[in-house]
Write a protein that binds this ligand. Structure first.
Ligand code: PLP
Length: 451
């Protein structure tokens, strides 16, 4: 299951001493060297270098929505590369596949969100949204309207700008774009709502937004960015009605709402987009990535409203923003084939049943005494572990509870993602009922072993 840097696997990796791993303890890796080497994948399963078959409980990294090894997508990529390997979307150049995918995305996105800017990662999709809004305000003669409201617990990426919008814990010891971002209160009722009803908690969050706007001044604030469900901050659902109310306040103060749907779009919660279809609000910008190609190619989209586009395309300015690979033909082909597959197999619709079963199966673990809260929706779930259920006291970092549980689960054939005291489960959207049951059993056995 794990290898040492100098071990030979089946020809895939011999000495992993040159690759810098993401979000890893590099010192620990240097000393211990143990890595899980994934060498193959099919459906909802992956295979490691020692021949173990594991359920991919994290869908690659919240992204392999239609499952691994889908020939329809692989063939579409190959066909595209044979026809046109690369051309950019700079200046007045374009190509049919990027144009077709933009049109398809516009047809799926909420009403006025009809213009699509492609990049290669969720981080850059969010950076692009901010740059576009800053330019939009410059065009409108409001050069001071630049600040960003985000939230404690948010994850928006790890570029210099997107990490500044991410919750501060993610940049411990690292720098980021200073002075631009203010973090509003966490919307996590279970942790933060003591002594309040959920409705009162929601009122307090809306009030926090209003107070912050009054303090900073709406004339200085460009945008509020929020994930419909916070993901890498621990899978946090906001209270009922929260997003609709936050969006209404933003509209009153002329502040644009960015819905970061990097994880929540493309079926994970049972719809192509979650903001309008599930939570009932229409943002001004949606950013998305991951499930857009199910991870077969790196691609992200920043989808902006007609109104924003009208302003930034007025005479007298240029769109001075671009990455060489924006709308890369192979990535666009993957996106089109992935969406076609989702529509053909009615994957979002299926998720409304199987995802609900997954959610309920995990919620069934709540009786275990170290399970504090099982939260999330459909195929986006988190389990938080506590030392003491009554006081919600968490485990100490040195207990490494998430890591121990992830290891116990992996030993039993399931990959889950540890995040401090939390385990995250974000599997492919094609899990069978039998695999869902298996995941429930593995998690129960693993928790019992570690307790
Ligand atoms: N936004 C959200 C909500 C995410 O979960 C992520 C990644 O997990 C990102 C943005 C950043 O995306 P990427 O890792 O593709 O840059």
């Amino acid at each position: 299951m794990t290898i040492k840097p100098d071990m030979t696997t089946d020809g895939v990796l011999t000495a992993d001493t040159h690759l810098i791993q993401s979000f890893a303890d590099l010192n620990l890796l240097k000393q211990d060297g143990a890595r899980t080497v994934i060498v193959g994948a099919e459906g909802s399963m992956v295979r490691d270098s020692e021949g173990n078959e594991l359920i991919d409980g994290i869908g690659g990294l919240w992204c392999v929505n239609v499952g691994h090894g889908r020939k329809e997508i692989i063939d579409a990529i190959a066909q595209q590369l044979n026809q046109l390997d690369f051309y950019s979307t700079f200046y007045n150049f374009t190509h049919p596949t990027a144009a077709a995918l933009a049109e398809k995305i516009a047809s799926l996105a909420p009403g006025p969100l009809n213009k699509v800017y492609f990049a290669n990662s969720g981080s850059v999709a969010n950076d692009s949204a901010i740059r576009i809004l800053h330019h939009y305000n410059n065009r409108l003669g409001r050069p001071k309207k630049k600040k960003i409201l985000s939230r404690i617990g948010a994850y928006h990426g790890s570029t210099h700008l997107s990490i500044a919008m991410t919750t501060p814990a993610y940049s411990d010891g690292w720098d980021h774009a200073e002075g631009l971002v203010h973090h509003l209160k966490s919307p996590h009722f279970w942790r933060e709502g003591d002594g309040m009803t959920e409705a009162e908690f929601c009122d307090s969050l809306v009030q926090d937004l209003k107070d912050t706007i009054e303090n900073i001044g709406a004339e200085n604030i460009a945008t509020f960015i929020a994930e419909p469900v916070q993901g890498a901050g621990g899978v946090v659902m906001a209270p009922d009605g929260y997003h609709r109310r936050m969006a209404a306040v933003c509209e009153d103060y002329d502040i644009k709402y960015i819905a970061d749907e990097v994880v929540t779009a493309f079926g994970r919660l049972g719809h192509f987009f979650a903001s309008q279809d599930i939570f009932g609000y229409t943002p001004d910008i949606i950013t998305t990535a991951k499930g857009l190609t199910s991870g077969y190619q790196p691609l992200s989209a920043t989808i902006v409203s007609d109104e924003i586009h009208e302003v930034i395309s007025r005479p007298g300015g240029m769109f001075l923003h671009g990455m060489t690979y924006s709308g890369h033909p192979a990535a666009a082909a993957a996106g089109l084939a992935n969406i076609a597959l989702m529509e053909k197999e009615q994957i979002p619709e299926r998720v409304r049943t199987t995802g609900k079963l997954f959610e309920n199966t995990l919620k069934g673990l709540s009786d275990l005494h170290i399970v504090g809260e099982v939260r999330g929706s459909h195929f986006m779930m988190g389990i938080e572990f506590v030392k003491d259920k009554a006081t919600k006291q968490g485990f100490a970092p040195e207990d490494a509870i998430g890591l121990k549980l992830a290891r116990a689960a992996q030993k039993r054939g399931l990959i889950a993602r540890p995040l401090g005291n939390i385990l995250i489960l974000s599997p492919t959207l094609i899990l069978t009922e039998q695999q869902i049951g298996q995941i429930g059993n593995i998690l129960r056995d693993s928790i019992e072993e570690v307790t």
